[in-house]
Design a protein around this ligand. Structure first.
Ligand code: ATR
Length: 278
């Protein structure tokens, strides 16, 4: 007997634009792997329609949403409750609808940490880390990175005041400092993370090449079918490895899936599958 599609739990991802999103594929693979029955939709939602779209999804029985660019900060204001990490990031990428309430969480930071530590085998404790950019993406990863106790975490940004503002939010953290691209402290970093949106616009700003040497892992939070401008820059600068954020994408999705379904999928085969089809 075939099952009534209306009885299958509904999830989705809201963004603008959204057609490029890999989240439906990833969540379908997780569902298959864990034997969970769910549907996952792509939802193209303009900023001025965000609240209406979220409320309607909830009203019509939707169980949870992922929220992506440009909605991550705005959607936090629609939540009845926020997780500690969403509050810290000032942004939400996962909504769960529970008993009429909207719960907002942010799984981006933990997704990055899992990819770095578990998938790529990086030791963050004691590492010298440089983050390029000081927008929403940086805000989301700063707390999770600091909790791994790096020896130094430097945030470099085109607009120095934005990097300084993030440092002030975490003012108890002695290891944290702000600078411009041309005043990055001397010496090689273990890890350089690109959290700017420059590559999305096809731009390669004057990133600090002196930060990169033979030991450095360069990690781009962005990902693409071809190497991103930052990953090309990193190779030319002599990085030991240059990695795009496919792993973070899959890991943050796994954390959302766990929040919604109470089951943690095995990310390795899914990462392999989407990387092959990318
Ligand atoms: P997100 O939420 O994706 O981080 P955002 O808050 O708009 O988006 O932040 C974008 C980041 O990319 C900022 O750090 C921005 O630098 P500024 O603060 O100076 O604007 C950075 N960025 C975007 N385009 C850039 C470019 N062409 N060169 C250097 N930095 C750029």
């Amino acid at each position: 007997m075939s099952e009534d599609p209306a009885s299958i739990d509904r999830y989705g991802v809201m963004g603008y634009p959204i057609s490029h999103s890999r989240s439906p594929v990833i969540h379908r693979l997780f569902a298959l792997q864990t034997g969970q029955r769910l549907q996952y939709e792509l939802l193209h939602v303009a900023p001025e329609k965000l609240e209406q779209a979220v409320r309607q999804f909830q009203r019509t029985g939707g169980k949870g949403l992922n929220v992506t660019v440009p909605h991550k900060a705005a959607v936090a204001r629609l939540c009845d409750q926020l997780s500690e990490r969403a509050r810290e990031a000032g942004a939400v990428n996962t909504l769960a609808f529970q008993d009429g309430d909207v719960f907002g969480d942010n799984t981006d930071g933990v997704g990055l940490i899992r990819d770095l530590e578990t998938n790529l085998g990086i030791r963050l404790k004691g590492a010298r880390i440089l983050v390029l950019g000081a927008g929403g993406a940086t805000l989301g990863i700063t707390g999770p990175l600091l909790r791994r106790l790096p020896s130094e975490l430097v945030i470099a940004n085109r607009t120095l005041s934005r990097a300084e503002a993030i440092v002030e939010r975490f003012d108890e953290a002695l290891a944290l400092s702000a600078c411009a691209f041309d005043t990055v402290p001397d010496g090689e970093f273990d890890l350089v993370i690109n959290a700017t949106s420059a590559g999305v616009h096809g731009e390669t700003p004057p990133y600090p090449a002196t930060a990169v040497a033979g030991k450095t892992l360069c990690y781009d939070l962005s990902y693409g079918l071809k190497p991103t401008p930052f990953s090309e820059w990193a190779r030319e600068a002599g990085a030991a490895r240059s990695v795009m954020g496919w792993g973070m994408l899959v890991e943050q999705a796994a954390e959302s899936f766990h929040l919604w379904r109470g089951v943690r999928p095995d990310t390795a085969p899914v990462l392999k599958q989407i990387a092959i089809s990318a």
